[in-house]
Design a protein around this ligand. Structure first.
Ligand SMILES: [Zn+2]
Length: 313
């Protein structure tokens, strides 16, 4: 980790309650130990202490995996492998009903593959990321429109979007509720919000514990369950339509690799076999306990006069 990152103790990032108990101590990807706390009011699990907002950018170096474009992503080898070993995953893109020509913003677009995917489905899609590396990579790898920055942004007027996607974003930001409120403003009435975050209520977290790959410490500041995510989104003024989970064969593989060192169980060697991991991932998804949470919500057609600002209902 870059030395200049500064750390601060924090209250709950969603409801601001200062009363939290220790939830877990787990090693980060850098081998250092980090502490997760659980809010006694809204039950959110969060990193405490956490990197300060003005130094957290130092954790996102050019080689942060999500910033690297990959031509292989949809290559023939990958497709063949998916056909042979993968299960037909219902992707996030499938969950958002297409509005042909509708404006879709992928916020935190990384290297831009999802923007390209949504463009190819008929959306007028564009991306936004606070990393100039990511924006550059999105333009070069996929030729998509991408802007550098955060919401609110001059390129995104209020009531202008038909859909906004937050894929693996909410767990990274210091104030998730504030970002959701900016999203609410940017969307048209009836516009769709699609959120994907790791699922702390997943079978995988129960099984792998501190070795569970999607903890991604110290990058992930908030760790959501279906309940805490839905409450946070609702409290920001949205109507929640569906909450589903998705299994990840690859994430299970990374968790297994970490578990061999951190938290070995008798069955971890079996889970190294890709077919076993694929079956596990299917099974967890069917039970609603997959590693990823996908939530679809709408901006109400008639916005409530006053949106509750802080405390999750
Ligand atoms: Zn809270």
């Amino acid at each position: 980790m870059p030395d200049a990152v500064k750390w601060e103790p924090t209250a709950c990032p969603v409801c601001r309650c200062a009363d939290a108990g220790e939830f877990l101590r787990a090693p980060g990807d850098d081998g250092k130990e980090y502490r997760l706390a659980k809010c006694r009011a809204c039950e959110l699990v969060f990193l405490d202490p956490r990197p300060t907002e003005d130094t957290v950018g130092l954790l996102y170096t050019e080689d942060y995996p999500q910033y690297r474009g990959s031509k292989l992503k949809n290559g023939p080898l990958r497709r063949l492998r998916a056909k042979l070993f993968g299960h037909r995953e219902r992707s996030l893109a499938d969950r958002i009903p297409v509005v042909p020509g509708g404006a879709l913003l992928d916020y935190g677009c990384g290297a831009g593959h999802f923007v390209a995917q949504m463009r190819d489905r008929g959306w007028n899609a564009f991306g936004m990321d606070f990393s100039p590396h990511a924006v550059q990579s999105a333009k070069e790898s996929y030729g998509v429109r991408a802007v550098c920055g955060t919401l609110p942004h001059p390129d995104v007027p209020p009531n202008s979007l038909d859909a906004l996607t937050l894929r693996m974003v909410l767990e990274h930001v210091h104030d998730p509720a504030a970002l959701l409120r900016h999203a609410l403003v940017a969307l048209k009435p009836g516009g769709a919000l699609c959120v994907a975050v790791p699922n702390l209520a997943a079978w995988g977290f129960g099984a792998f514990g501190k070795a569970w790959f999607p903890l991604r410490l110290p990058w992930h500041l908030s760790h959501f369950t279906p309940d805490t995510l839905a409450r946070t989104v609702r409290a920001s003024g949205f109507e929640v339509e569906t909450v589903a989970t998705k299994g990840h064969t690859n994430w299970t593989g990374y968790s297994v690799r970490r578990a061999r060192e951190l938290n070995p169980k008798w069955w971890t060697p079996f889970a190294r076999v890709r077919l076993v991991r694929s079956a596990l991932s299917k099974w967890t998804e069917r039970r609603g306990a997959g590693d990823e949470l996908c939530l679809l919500a709408r901006k109400p057609l008639r916005a409530a006069l006053e949106v509750p600002m802080r405390r999750a209902a």
